[in-house]
Design a protein around this ligand. Structure first.
Ligand code: 5AD
Ligand code: SF4
Length: 464
């Protein structure tokens, strides 16, 4: 594995001020990074902010005043992409006001040929475009834009090395994202991720545990291990380690802290993993296990490699082994060819499992994936109707789970201030948010909270 410090020559992390002054006619450079999509993207965005800061820039949350704008994109659904193109289009005005402005677009969208072509042709004010495989060249590419004053497009790289040691500027001082692996080898038939993020590769356990230890020493209280399919962790490493063993090692640090992880694939979720969670001191009793569909025919067409029954078996085992388990999942409604009866299988699974929360999506065709070639006769309006049914069922379940919490006490980690220094967000081990309205400011600390009220989807509580 390569260390960023070994690559200083190539990865010039210091801005060449002569260049900068030439481009911007000023010494203080403001950079704005907007991230769309999943936590993996958030983590990439935090790394870019770290690099920009190390280069000498000031990170700003004001796009209007920025000298450098980075749009870190997501490609998972068409809706996300349309929104991002809307955002990129709006930057034309800023570039007109300030021709020295540098605009870069990166992330999952920019590993797709059609999207790159679209930016090339329709968004001429974008200076730099680079894909997920070229992230490690970020500072160098930026300097090249300053130096050469021409548009730079870098994508399609096959570089699947893992680069360690880059600076990271984290958005939170309480909760930190730590990638444990990158890419995905599963090729679910609807999903663009394996095409834009490449093959599965794991970080060395030592690097992950070192990072975790340093974060805990620096006061972080919650570590979220990230990967598209964390259960595949370690498969291609030289060392003999799997995800359950990594979790056991991460459970051994001192003090009060939490470990979460996402995402797990049901085909690889082992009893050993569930036992590890059950026996741990610090791993949250919260399991995000996307099932996508409750119909075996649809699961097969999705290339998910498990069945409804095998999914329910794992859930059953987890419920028996893990005390106060909270479950969440992802669901796709309206996969090509899905019938209303097959959708009912999804609904019945939701009723049977009783998830604490769900992430629900209407199927979105992604060009280049096998599912995009399938006939898709059910109109969007009908799929939206199914989705509404699903949301109604889940709302009732969530409300019952919330109502059951009334008057009870929960250990919460107070994450952040909700705006006016009198309300704070605390999270339970099960990842439920409680709005703390009494008892003081515990941001960054653990505390016991009592649930006082349930209003719609919001739980209100006080520190006791
Ligand atoms: N259409 C709709 N939802 C999708 N997901 C992935 N690809 C698609 C798609 N083409 C959902 C899955 C996945 C989550 C991250 O996004 O539910 O688990
Ligand atoms: Fe996409 Fe499937 Fe990989 Fe998840 S496991 S990232 S849904 S291909």
């Amino acid at each position: 594995m390569l260390k960023a410090k070994d690559l200083q020559g190539d990865y010039n992390l210091i801005l060449d001020y002569a260049l900068v002054v030439k481009r911007f006619s000023k010494k203080c450079i403001y950079a704005f990074v907007k991230t769309y999509g999943c936590q993996q993207n958030v983590s990439d965005g935090e790394r870019m902010c770290g690099i920009l800061e190390r280069m000498g820039c000031i990170i700003t949350d004001c796009e209007e005043n920025a000298d450098i704008i980075i749009i870190n994109t997501c490609a998972i659904r068409e809706h996300a992409q349309n929104k991002i193109f809307g955002h990129i289009g709006s930057l034309k005005r800023l570039k007109k006001q300030n021709p020295n402005l540098v605009i870069a677009v990166c992330g999952c969208m920019t590993e797709q040929k059609n999207e790159i072509q679209k930016i090339k042709e329709s968004y001429p004010f974008v200076d730099l475009v680079f894909g997920t495989h070229s992230m490690n060249l970020f500072s160098k590419m930026l300097l090249d834009v300053f130096r050469e004053k021409k548009r730079i497009f870098v994508s399609g790289s096959k570089d699947e090395n893992i680069y360690e040691g880059f600076p990271v500027k984290r958005a939170s001082k309480v909760k930190a994202f730590v990638p444990v692996m990158y890419g995905c080898d599963n090729f679910c038939s609807y999903c663009i991720v394996p095409y834009v993020r490449g093959r599965e590769r794991s970080r060395k356990a030592e690097d992950i545990l070192d990072e975790t230890q340093k974060l805990l020493e620096n006061g972080y209280k919650e570590i979220v291990f990230l990967g598209q399919n964390v259960n595949s962790y370690g498969k291609k490493l030289d060392e003999d380690i799997d995800f359950a063993q990594l979790l056991r090692r991460a459970d051994n640090f001192g003090g009060e802290y939490r470990i979460r992880f996402m995402t797990s694939h049901p085909k690889d979720a082992t009893k050993e993993l569930i036992d590890t969670i059950a026996e741990s001191k610090h791993i949250c009793h919260n399991f995000h296990l996307p099932f996508q569909s409750g119909s075996d025919r649809i699961l097969k067409a999705m290339n998910r490699k498990y069945t409804r029954d095998s999914y329910l078996d794992i859930i059953d085992y987890a419920k028996k082994r893990i005390k106060n388990l909270s479950l969440s999942s992802d669901i796709i409604v309206g996969f090509p060819g899905e019938t209303y009866e097959e959708f009912q299988d999804t609904l019945s699974l939701v009723k049977q499992v009783r998830f604490t929360s769900l992430f629900t999506f209407i199927y979105s065709p992604r060009s280049g994936t096998p599912a995009a070639l399938l006939p898709d006769p059910v109109p969007k309006k009908e799929k939206t109707r199914w989705l509404m049914q699903l949301l109604k069922v889940q709302d009732e379940i969530s409300f019952e789970i919330h109502r059951n919490m009334l008057g009870k006490r929960f250990r919460v980690l107070v994450d952040h201030d909700l705006g006016d220094k009198s309300r704070f967000l605390g999270r339970t081990d099960g990842n439920l948010g409680i709005e703390i309205v009494e008892g003081g400011n515990f941001v960054g600390r653990f505390a016991d909270a009592e649930v006082m009220d349930v209003i719609g989807r919001t739980l209100k509580g006080k520190i006791v």
